[in-house]
Design a protein around this ligand. Structure first.
Ligand code: HEC
Ligand code: HEC
Length: 351
């Protein structure tokens, strides 16, 4: 009996030590100051979000990462940012048309990828939020996403000894407030930078393209570039790209926000990096494959009446052109970003 107890205690101690060392010491999850530096990729413009008032620091980034992957941000501790924003999908939600939140509630829009956010002047499909630091308030307080209040989040965090230690390490004093929570999250999401796809390497003359990929790039520049501007593959404008209104969702996009006529049914032009991984496509996830997306652009007869004049200009693509365009889009997959250990779930639960 006595030995059994000692044995159990021994096993529990070993399990505790292994568990702890896995989380704290595993080199895969270890973040040092050189991991938390902003390097502007060659050819990229000046970022629109500046870290000047949110100075990058390893311990703040680590705190942001913990928060991003922590269910503590939701009312019933069931949902975290990473539930909807999955690393394998460039932080979109793979294979989900509309977002899935707390209490198994279905949202009204497709989860967008999180990448190159510091070059955006506004966030959400309709540009409803214009500050990266403020953005997380939306999912945290949305009744169909995390259904929590910032006050409750702060109370829960203050009760958690690990967080108390992390805040102290990050900010050098014991203050825990919403500004610090939001700033830490912005360091984590702001450093999600994708700039090492085969396309980037081709542009830097470090890789070659097949003939199909080269032709695809030329076609892209002729037909798509006017909105999906390189190197971010968006010009940050709002457009109607010809998809028809889904009458079950009645999403009027930017227009609902501004109530300006020309904005009705327009959505923010999404950047197309890692597009192979971020399916399904469009604000409502209506297209499952890139083939369907390309077929949509090539079929003017199916277009919405209010579609942008640049969409009308695309014209019909033949089978070979469609294949070439598709081949080019696949060169935007950035494995270095998708496998970047800095953005992995430190609990080892999501890869
Ligand atoms: C229930 C799913 C869900 C959860 C949880 C969630 N998001 Fe999102 N996120 C979305 C959806 C859907 C959108 C787009 C909403 C829209 O356009 O109206 C979005 C948009 C964003 C954007 C804007 C991206 C862009 O390019 O416009 C950022 C940044 C973001 N989320 C970060 C976070 C962070 C940080 C958390 C955790 C605090 C979080 N999200 C939690 C579903 C979710
Ligand atoms: C007039 C501007 C415009 C042009 C030209 C244009 N697009 Fe788009 N594209 C958009 C907008 C706006 C969206 C988002 C629409 C929505 O969700 O309602 C979009 C969405 C997409 C998506 C889905 C992205 C995602 O994350 O869901 C892909 C892929 C895409 N476009 C590829 C292309 C290709 C390929 C071409 C050229 C054949 C092209 N686009 C031409 C404006 C444009």
């Amino acid at each position: 009996m006595k030995y059994k107890l000692i044995y159990t205690l021994f096993i529990l101690t070993v399990a505790f030590l292994i568990g702890n060392s896995f989380i704290i010491e595993n080199p895969y999850f270890k973040i040092s100051s050189k991991d938390v530096k902003l390097k502007i990729p060659k050819g990229f413009p000046k970022p629109l979000y500046s870290f000047k008032k949110n100075k990058l620091k390893a311990d703040i980034f680590i705190l942001g990462r913990k928060l991003f992957y922590d269910n503590i941000l939701s009312k019933d501790n069931s949902v975290n940012c990473g539930t909807c924003h999955q690393r394998i999908a460039a932080f979109a939600h793979i294979d989900h048309k509309l977002s899935h939140g707390i209490y198994a509630k279905i949202g009204t829009r497709n989860v967008p990828a999180l990448q190159n956010l510091i070059w955006k002047d506004a966030y959400m499909w309709d540009g409803g939020v214009n500050n990266l630091e403020v953005q997380p308030i939306n999912p945290i307080t949305s009744p169909i996403e995390m259904d929590e209040t910032l006050e409750n989040v702060i109370t829960k965090i203050k009760r958690d000894t690990t967080y108390v230690k992390l805040f102290k390490k990050a900010y050098k004093d014991t203050l825990i407030n919403s500004e610090r929570i939001l700033k830490s999250l912005a360091q984590f999401t702001g450093l999600m930078i994708s700039a090492n796809s085969r396309y980037d390497k081709f542009m830097r003359k470090q890789d070659t393209f097949s003939i199909a990929e080269k032709n695809g790039l030329a076609l892209f520049r002729a037909k798509c570039e006017s909105c999906h501007k390189e190197p971010l593959f968006t010009d940050n404008s709002y457009r109607n790209n010809g998809i028809k209104l889904d009458s079950s969702l009645n999403d009027f996009g930017r227009g609902k926000l501004t109530e300006i006529e020309k904005d009705y049914r327009t959505f923010k032009v999404p950047g197309l990096r890692n597009i192979e991984r971020t399916y399904p496509y469009m604000h409502d996830g209506r297209f499952k494959t890139l083939k369907e997306v390309i077929a949509h652009y090539s079929n003017a007869a199916s277009h919405d009446q209010g579609s942008d004049s640049l969409i009308k200009k695309i014209g019909v693509l033949n089978t070979q052109e469609k294949k070439e365009l598709h081949a080019f889009l696949l060169t935007l997959t950035d494995l270095e970003f998708l496998l970047d250990r800095r953005f992995a779930d430190p609990n080892g639960l999501q890869y």
